[in-house]
Design a protein around this ligand. Structure first.
Ligand code: RRO
Length: 298
């Protein structure tokens, strides 16, 4: 059975990726990721960032609100400590970058370009920062400027991570006009939780981004709209908790999927999803994933 998929000039052994921000080198003590398509590291910035005030995570009945605020050790520490460990995991590694301006995206790209990562995911959709973040991903001109600059500094594959816009035609075509190899969507959806007893917000930074099963139908909607308006491969993200969820995204034409919140629940979820896809294809007599992904069905 052939589950392999291609993004740019790179072949991935199957369509299952772990999403940025939901695992670290420590997660790899609990799961073997060598059977996955690949893993995407937490978005990194040039300088270390402490992140937003706690609490940064709040669980809702069907999802999680986070306001991490792009906490990360900065690129130097990332390259010295986190990345070597992650690169030894025998799967493809994609590095996620988040800048406050074009220059920061370029500097990050130049440094990451010298490593053995397969590609770069350009995060244009963080909901929890004051500068940049989701504002870039809502503005076609910013998307063009940033991704063109990244393209000029690497020949590795580039994935643009876009926000949850209901009408994403302009943003998707802006990404297509750059040298991006794929787009991934959606990032988390702006959300708020308040404690009725204390009258306080549940998240230190007040609002955050919602992920998990609650957002899957919205993610499917945004991914479907994106697929209709681009020839770039689309990577579906949002609320995938099992193989059936992943297959729904592939069925509407996604080339790959990313698993985020599911990893917080079960670090081994990626392997279970790959196995579930294999079992389903076996049962249905599907020999090649491309047969399943044929867009013409819709
Ligand atoms: O760090 C975060 O708060 C964060 C990021 Br960078 C992102 O892209 N999406 C998200 O939900 N949280």
């Amino acid at each position: 059975m052939n589950l392999s998929v291609k993004i740019g000039n790179m072949t991935f052994k199957n369509p299952v990726l772990l999403a940025s921000g939901c695992f670290s080198k420590h997660t790899l003590d609990f799961t073997d990721v060598s059977g996955l398509g690949g893993i995407i590291t937490k978005s990194v910035t040039m300088k270390p960032r402490e992140g937003n005030p706690p609490p940064r995570i709040f669980e809702t009945p069907c999802g999680v609100i986070n306001s991490i605020g792009l906490a990360n050790p900065g690129i130097d520490e990332f390259l010295k400590d986190e990345l070597p460990c992650i690169l030894s995991s025998q799967t493809r590694v994609i590095a996620s970058i988040a800048g406050a301006d074009v220059d920061e995206y370029v500097e990050l790209t130049r440094l990451i370009n010298q490593t053995d990562v397969t590609g770069i995911e350009v995060n244009l959709s963080c909901p929890n920062v004051e500068r940049g973040g989701v504002e870039f991903g809502k503005d076609p001109e910013s998307v063009k400027r940033i991704v063109d600059s990244v393209r000029n500094n690497t020949s590795k594959i580039i994935i643009c991570k876009l926000p949850p816009l209901f009408d994403n035609r302009k943003i998707v075509s802006a990404a297509e006009q750059t040298g991006a190899d794929a787009i991934s969507l959606i990032n988390t959806i702006p959300a708020l939780a308040v404690n009725f007893e204390t009258g306080k917000f549940e998240i230190g930074g007040k609002s955050g981004g919602l992920s998990g099963p609650a957002i899957k139908p919205i993610a499917l909607y945004c991914v479907y709209n994106a697929i209709k308006s681009t020839n770039l491969p689309v990577i579906g993200v949002g609320g995938i908790m099992n193989a059936r969820d992943a297959l729904e995204f592939l069925l509407i034409g996604a080339m790959m999927v990313e698993i985020g919140t599911g990893v917080l629940v079960d670090p081994d979820i990626g392997n279970k999803i790959v196995k579930g896809i294999e079992e389903y294809f076996c049962k249905e007599g599907i020999k090649d994933i491309a047969e399943f992904q044929r867009r013409s069905r819709f």
